[in-house]
Write a protein that binds this ligand. Structure first.
Ligand SMILES: *Cc1c(COP(=O)(O)O)cnc(C)c1O
Length: 375
């Protein structure tokens, strides 16, 4: 920490050493056997990780997560197609912006910041307005809310003209459960720099068999992001080899930990962070039932301000995120996602505590929460 920052951010997240080392693999022909092997392994592990049906496929593209959102708007919908965007924060808005920029015609349901959407309201709207797609955010990173995508998918299942369900889970998967086949989710978008423990630069777009049938063969305004070859396992353009090697190593680590342990770890880190905030005079802004396991927004009360607090902790080597949009002057966000465990969180909370009015109480409360999770 003396020489590199300690990061508790909802992306980019820390990179495990095995991933860093893998990314130093020497360059070789991307049509050669090394990449072929890595590609097969990564795609098959991703298939398992997303819980895809047999006809489902994953495209791995060189772009940050937003590129994946744009690719979805380009590959499954034509200009003028009507889609419903359910937004309750900055990233929900962004999904809508990407769709709008690709010429789609938008319906919107807006949820108050800090609250999960109500699946009943969404489905009631769909019954009155048949649309081609529903675009939702699984884990809203700007507010730290986990949305009930499972319940929405279940309620959408009986609809006669069931729209495609497109889910931005860039800060959700693989840190929180999402079972595409069982839930009935058509497309999931993720990014490499959050729970996948890699640097920014790759987006993974997983499509169910049903979604692949809806993939457009021809579509104006699409070239690089045409998903057709990717779903066939072909790479028309040079893949970002180093990031692929890193992803290969990261998927191995994720598999070794196991998904149940991984989900529990993220929930535990979120619970510790909330207990700390509550006792430290930084109240969590989201109710427990809506709270994200990967990022927690804490309210910063006067005389402190989010920017002054972030500056103070940054001077001690800790980086936390600021509030976004409407919460810019209200909150800081603690990321506990990816290659982060209790030791990493304690180090960060220890630094944060130095600048708060009840540091001992906060650390004791947080410890109590951790302790009760041992049994
Ligand atoms: C991080 C994030 C994005 C955008 O990702 P970029 O990689 O910055 O393009 C989109 N949606 C959600 C929910 C995110 O957390």
């Amino acid at each position: 920490m003396l020489f590199s920052p300690h990061i508790l951010l909802p992306g980019p997240t820390p990179i495990p050493e095995a991933v860093e080392q893998a990314m130093m693999t020497a360059m070789s022909d991307h049509r050669g056997h090394l990449f072929e092997e890595v590609k097969e392994r990564v795609l098959s592990r991703l298939h398992t990780l997303f819980h895809l049906d047999a006809d489902g496929r994953v495209a791995v593209l060189p772009a940050s997560g937003t590129g994946g959102l744009e690719a979805v708007a380009q590959n499954f919908f034509r200009p003028g197609d009507e889609v419903l965007v359910v937004e309750g924060g900055l990233f929900g808005q962004r999904f809508g912006q990407a769709a709008e920029a690709m010429g789609l015609s938008l319906h919107r349901i807006t949820t108050d910041w800090g609250h999960a959407f109500d699946p009943q309201t969404v489905v009631a709207y769909l019954e009155r307005h048949p649309v081609a797609g529903v675009l939702v955010t699984h884990n809203e990173t700007s507010t730290g809310v986990l949305n009930p995508v499972d319940r929405l998918a279940a309620l959408m299942a009986p609809l006669t003209h069931r729209p495609l369900l497109m889910v931005d889970s860039i800060s959700g998967v693989p840190s929180v459960p999402l079972d595409m086949a069982q839930w009935g989710v058509d497309v999931v978008i993720t990014g490499s720099q959050k729970g996948f423990m890699c640097p920014p630069g790759l987006t993974m777009v997983a499509a169910s068999g049903r979604a692949r049938e809806a993939l457009l063969e021809h579509r104006a305004g699409r070239f690089f992001f045409d998903l057709t070859p990717y779903f066939q396992g072909n790479f028309p353009y040079t893949p970002a080899l180093s990031l692929w090697y890193g992803l290969d190593a990261a998927l191995k680590l994720l598999e070794d930990e196991g998904e149940t342990a991984r989900y529990q770890r993220h929930r535990r880190l979120a619970a510790i962070t909330r207990a700390f905030g509550q006792a430290a005079g930084l109240p969590p802004l989201v109710a427990p039932q809506d709270a994200s396991p990967t990022v927690t927004a804490l309210e910063v009360l006067p005389p402190l301000s989010p920017s002054s607090l972030r500056q103070q902790v940054a001077a001690k080597g800790l980086q936390i995120a600021g509030g976004l949009g409407a919460w810019h002057h209200l909150a800081v966000r603690i990321g506990h996602v990816g290659a982060v465990d209790e030791a990493d969180l304690w180090a960060g909370l220890g630094i944060l505590a130095q600048f708060l009015s009840h540091p001992e109480e906060a650390l004791v409360k947080a410890f109590g929460t951790w302790h009760s999770s041992w049994h």
